[in-house]
Design a protein around this ligand. Structure first.
Ligand code: HEC
Length: 163
């Protein structure tokens, strides 16, 4: 009897917790959180809720496998946290920078093309999962990545937060 009560309580708590997270996400997605850098010339855009949702779908579908929680499985030094993106060459703390990377990926210092190493649309013969990725989907997934540090804080990109 006690055990059952205990399990029910746990289940209720878990449910409440999950519910909280998903409803909080919708409520927390204020316009200020959805405002991201469009390019490295200081232009900004406000992502629509639809774009964020689409970005999440693409991320879960095509990126989580290697970038769970904004980390990078095979190269922990090149994560998707705000600081890592901002310090990359060229900077990827903006939509255009990430979209360009998904077409023509380069090493962190920008010196060497890595078409064989990172999924990209240019060599979609090597990465069939990138074949049908539209420009719009690439922009959305870039936007999704850019708002994660604000939503998840230290839970994104290995705990480094950009101050
Ligand atoms: C097969 C594993 C894999 C998949 C799938 C993958 N990535 Fe990556 N990603 C990597 C690796 C490895 C690096 C680091 C490359 C290097 O050594 O410079 C990286 C780096 C990046 C970077 C550069 C980060 C920085 O700090 O400069 C971005 C942006 C990125 N990935 C976005 C994505 C997006 C968006 C997707 C989904 C469409 C994706 N990746 C799918 C493995 C992957």
């Amino acid at each position: 009897m006690l055990k059952r009560l205990f399990l029910t309580t746990i289940a209720t708590l878990l449910f409440a917790f999950q519910f909280n997270i998903s409803s909080a996400n919708a409520a927390e997605l204020s316009e200020s959180i959805r405002t991201v850098n469009l390019n490295d010339q200081g232009e900004k855009i406000v992502l629509s809720l639809k774009q964020v949702k689409q970005g999440q779908r693409v991320f879960v579908d095509k990126c989580t496998y290697c970038h769970k929680a904004g980390l990078t499985k095979t190269n922990p030094n090149v994560g998707l946290g705000a600081e890592a993106l901002a310090n990359a060459e060229p900077a990827k703390d903006n939509i255009a920078g990430i979209v360009e990377y998904l077409k023509n990926p380069v090493t962190y210092d920008g010196e060497t093309e890595i078409y064989e190493l990172h999924p990209n649309t240019t060599r979609s013969d090597l990465y069939p999962m990138m074949r049908n990725l539209t420009e719009e989907e690439m922009e959305s997934v870039a936007g999704y990545i850019l708002i994660q540090p604000e939503l998840r804080g230290t839970m994104w990109g290995g705990g480094k937060v950009y101050n």
